[in-house]
Design a protein around this ligand. Sequence first.
Ligand code: ACO
Length: 332
Amino acid sequence: MEFMQKIWKQARSSKRRIVLAEGEERRNLIAAGKIIENNLADIILVGDTNAIKENAEALGVDIREATIADQHTYPHKEEMIKELYEIRKSKGMTLEKAAELVLDPLYFGTMMVKMGYGDGMVSGAIHTTGDLLRPGLQIIKTAPGVSAVSGFFVMVIPNCNYGENGTLIFADCAVNPKPTSEQLASIAITTAETAEKFDLDPKVAMLSFSTMGSASHEMVDNVRNAVDMAKSLRPDLAIDGELQLDAAIVPDVAELKAPNSPVAGKANVLIFPDLQTGNIGYKLVQRFARAEAIGPICQGFAKPINDLSRGCSPEDIVNVVAMTAVQAQKGI
Ligand code: ACO
């Protein structure tokens, strides 16, 4: 079964409440209609009630089953302001500032998830990645034991035998510009756990321009230290490196360059050494191999919140909502 078909089936099996923080926006409304039609999640649309209803009607989208949460008139608004103040007062938050911030749909949506009024949030069709990540990092924060939130893509590559018949997970492609060894180790472990939650048996390659000491450079040392840390923290996981991309995925090259590695030649999870390589790497595969790139999906948050590309289609939003619902089911 195709990867996304499995995710849709899983999402339907126990529906979760997903907040669409950009509820008045056209693609979000079309996606909401499709999500309701396909029974993938219970949708909460954030925004002005009249604007949402009028826009949906103009688009011919039936959103009668969605809940509308207007941040200006929300019944739990006062409680939310106090909670936001409590969470951030040590960082200089005042009640006045908290009252202002809960009117921002992204802070409001994040607070809904934090306080349990929603199980996950998706936004980013009209906001930047940083706009979504900042309230997430400040309010939801990381899950226990995680030192860095990161962003992964599920890459589904047609006519390809690498990874799991052409399905691989790439990380970090979205969040940490220049990860330390500790952050890189955390990203590798979190991504392995993510793979398990999405039914892939993870074989994690930590990528570099060097394979097992073939080159010396401080950038290689950063990856090598991360491999050591990840292995000592989670000896039960198949994590190895440093590996060049070909050694990671091509069995013949692995045989030559890293014959004793349990991961080389069969990696299905690729950890990039920094955000430049991760972001460029997924786009290379997406464009040149005409791969489907599902994501970026955030991992490492205590509760799921996810970003959209500003160029996203309604179908992309539906898929990210389904992934978010599955993350919420699995407690990520
Ligand atoms: N994991 C966990 N916590 C983090 C992380 C992280 N990766 N990064 C920052 N934080 C925490 C900080 O410790 C801080 O916590 P505190 O306020 O409670 O002390 C809080 O988050 C805010 O940190 P700042 O340093 O103020 O936030 P910053 O301005 O650095 O922004 C951000 C963080 C938004 C993640 C930034 O690093 C960023 O913009 N990253 C790149 C995003 C991007 O542009 N991606 C590419 C596009 S996506 C795509 O193409 C798929």
